[in-house]
Design a protein around this ligand. Sequence first.
Ligand code: DX5
Ligand code: ZN
Length: 219
Amino acid sequence: MQISPSILSADFANLQSELEAIGNADWAHVDVMDAHFVPNLTLGLPVVESLLKVSPIPIDCHLMIEDPDRWAPPYAEAGAKSVTFHIEAATDPVTLARNIRGQGARASMALKPGTPFAPYLDLLPELDMVLVMTVEPGFGGQSFMADQMPKVRQVREAVAKHGGEIWIQVDGGVSASTIEQCAEAGADVFVAGSAVYGADDAASAVDELRALASAHWHA
Ligand code: DX5
Ligand code: ZN
């Protein structure tokens, strides 16, 4: 059970201390948005390179960008240990995932709420993680979409059949009140932005989320 707080809800003027505040988490989730794939703009490679120098924990890059075939591998090359591209934006996902792995990172495919998993089943051997979005990508603080839980179950079944260590991440509206159903459905990596950075104590929120997820793990 891994917790990956999203720094989208952190104080962007103080990102180093915001990363240090979640030093007990497993990953720091960094949302890269390009104002084309999603209607919001956040940060890009130069900022990620700076974050990598100071982060006490590995960085999990969630790229909500057009043309990930071209722009995603440099994040792995820079040192992000997990790089997620959106399948809706990828042209050649097999080559893309191989390029990410070739740079020493875990390769991950994200699915927007309206994107089914079944057409991409054959990609599993190329992947280290599948991200099932539980909000429309673009903004923090949105309501959790419980209607994505059947997709999480479907990915979990496919991963169990396939074997190997493929993680299942959920992202969007994950909090103390929604994390249990994600864990029951088979997710094992949990992104939380507002639930962590909106809490009085971010580190305690991370511990609480991890405990809730562990208590409700489906297996
Ligand atoms: C949304 C981002 C999420 C977001 C989650 O497009 O991918 O990572 O920061 O924020 P919360 O947990 O507040 O929904
Ligand atoms: Zn994200």
